[in-house]
Ligand binder design. Structure first.
Ligand code: ITT
Length: 203
């Protein structure tokens, strides 16, 4: 059984692969690299689950294979839940998937919180994990990781907002955790372990 990962974010791919493999789902996971004509899916929904389903459906239709998608982001309490579904393009860089984009997004959030004291710097990472089959069957689940934002980046692992995010109960940022340590607690780990259970029944 084969599933295709409906993402072009190269930093998500190893996390999605490792979490599904550790969950023991017996699937052959292929990336989108083999599908250069796969559509760029506009993320027009205002929920993580809605956008994850849009991506999974479009790629299942294009490839004729079951497709698994991730839509994720950071909710910042002081910004009323923003950047949320806009996390990848918060600094206005739509379509760009480079480290420069991530750095600009992180910098903007830090600037927006410049005057916010530690006790008001709560934030949550959210991940919606969706599967869509060419038959039209689909399912979506979510995972959340609560924590707080520090005021200067620390650590070189992970991606995106990891260097400024410290999960509840941790002293290190998620960019200072190893890949395995991050996956064990992360929003993506929670969501994709739930999705693994769904895949067992659905595939
Ligand atoms: P695809 O849509 O192709 O999967 P994308 O990067 O555009 O790639 P999203 O729209 O889901 O993906 O945006 C997710 C953004 O949220 C990502 O670019 C990061 O800025 C942030 N993010 C999500 N998960 C994260 C994590 O585990 N650590 C740090 N930042 C994360």
């Amino acid at each position: 059984r084969t599933v295709v990962l409906a993402t072009r974010n190269a930093k998500k791919v190893p996390e999605m692969r490792a979490i599904l493999a550790d969950a023991g789902v017996d699937v052959d996971v292929v990336g989108l690299d083999g599908y250069p004509d796969a559509p760029e899916v506009p993320e027009t929904e205002n929920t993580f689950s809605g956008n994850a389903l849009l991506k999974a459906r479009a790629i299942a239709r294009h490839t004729g294979l079951p497709a698994v998608a991730d839509d994720s982001g950071l909710r910042v309490d002081e910004l009323n839940g923003m950047p949320g579904v806009l996390s990848a393009r918060w600094s206005g860089s739509f379509g760009d998937r480079t480290g420069d984009r991530d750095a600009a997004n992180l910098r903007l959030v830090l600037d927006q919180l410049a005057d916010t004291p530690a006790e008001r710097r709560g934030a949550q990472f959210v991940c919606a994990a969706a599967v869509a089959l060419p038959t039209g069957a689909e399912h979506v689940v979510e995972g959340v990781l609560a924590g707080r934002l520090i005021s200067a980046p620390l650590g070189a692992n992970g991606f995106g907002y990891d260097p400024i995010f410290v999960a509840d109960g941790e002293t290190r940022t998620t960019a200072e955790l190893s890949a395995a340590e991050k996956n064990a607690i992360s929003h993506r780990g929670i969501a994709f372990r739930r999705l693994a259970e769904v895949l067992r029944d659905l595939l």
